[in-house]
Design a protein around this ligand. Structure first.
Ligand code: NAD
Length: 300
């Protein structure tokens, strides 16, 4: 069993870290949010007062942070030099391929092995320990990372060298953003045409319109499995994070000379929703903008 520093206990990390503790690891958790830290402590994680404190004597450091700026800051200013060079570094955040490669190179120069290991599956899978991990890094680093990741995962796949996990993740989320937007459009159209949403779900979830956005993460309350739609679109995967991922995909496309029209449309729709005050809502709340019922929170 390993001593693991776990940094970032939000919607995802807050579910992942306790699964490592349940598997018998010694988890020292840190988050800037006292509330997030208290929740992790209730679920078997040890509390640290800073990233530095969490990293002392750590054998593994895992980060689950919002975006590249947080990841670069946390590794450069708090992890490097505080975790022993023997520690394996695993970043599970979704960030751009370039930043992932940069931080992995900087880690290598300081003697650390590091992998990018972004995830797919959402908060329910984070809590259940059934995320899909796509891992970028050397075969040796992957071999070290896999058994550590396993208690949080239903699949751990080696995508290739540094940054390859992030490349797989942004391509996956390009599909997710576009399928969620069009699934929402289909539910709104179905209702306008007089179909009951449950009946449409029963049909489409078994027909060729089926997708993860339909079957596992249905955007209509009371239909399909329990999703953020059943909680007024609170919790889950923030629309602002989906917009971040679509922007990462569009930037990556332009760097390799591709024009991706469906992706651009999805990015535009999510931009409109986030600009209209929906950034903190789950990304499936975009259905409210499509059906015209969206009201920005007070003060926005
Ligand atoms: P979140 O905003 O809920 O959690 C991020 C946490 O990081 C917050 O609790 C925040 O306080 C903490 N944090 C920020 N800066 C910090 C610092 N310097 N030191 C310590 N803690 C710090 O985000 P999330 O939904 O958990 O997503 C995390 C990452 O996972 C993102 O990159 C996201 O794109 C990706 N992701 C999210 C989902 C999802 O369904 N929510 C699914 C797959 C991937």
């Amino acid at each position: 069993m390993a001593r693991i520093a776990f940094i970032g206990l939000g919607h995802m990390g807050g579910g992942m870290a306790p699964n490592l503790a349940k598997a018998g690891h010694e988890v020292r958790a840190f988050d800037l949010s006292e509330e997030a830290l208290a929740k992790a402590a209730e679920q078997g994680c040890g509390r640290a007062d800073s990233t530095e404190e969490a990293c002392v004597d750590a054998e593994v450091v895992i980060t689950m942070l919002p975006a590249a700026t947080h990841v670069l800051d946390v590794y450069r200013n708090h992890v490097f030099g505080n975790a022993p060079p023997s520690a394996l570094l695993i970043d599970c955040s979704t960030i751009d391929v370039g930043s992932a490669r940069t931080v992995e190179e900087e880690a290598g120069a300081k003697g650390y092995e590091m992998v990018d290991a972004p995830v797919s599956g959402g908060i329910a899978a984070a809590a259940a320990g059934s995320l899909a991990f796509m891992v970028g890094g050397s075969p040796e680093a992957f071999t070290r990372a896999k058994p550590i990741i396993e208690p949080m995962a239903k699949a751990v796949i080696h995508a290739g060298g540094a940054g390859a996990g992030q490349a797989a993740k942004i391509c996956n989320n390009l599909i997710l953003g576009a399928t969620m937007a069009v699934t929402c459009e289909a539910f709104v159209l179905a209702q306008k045409l007089g179909l009951d949403p449950q009946v449409f779900f029963d049909i489409s979830s078994q027909a060729s319109g089926q997708s993860w956005s339909m079957t596992t993460y249905c955007p209509v309350p009371g239909v399909g499995p329990k999703t953020p739609a059943d909680n007024d679109y609170e919790g889950g995967f923030a629309a602002a994070l989906m917009l971040k991922d679509l922007k990462l995909a569009m930037e990556a496309a332009s760097q390799v000379g591709l024009e991706l029209e469906m992706g651009e449309e999805a990015e535009e729709e999510y931009s409109k929703f986030v600009d209209g005050g929906g950034g903190n809502k789950d990304f499936s709340a975009i259905i409210k903008m499509i059906d015209g019922s969206w009201k920005a929170p007070d003060g926005q």
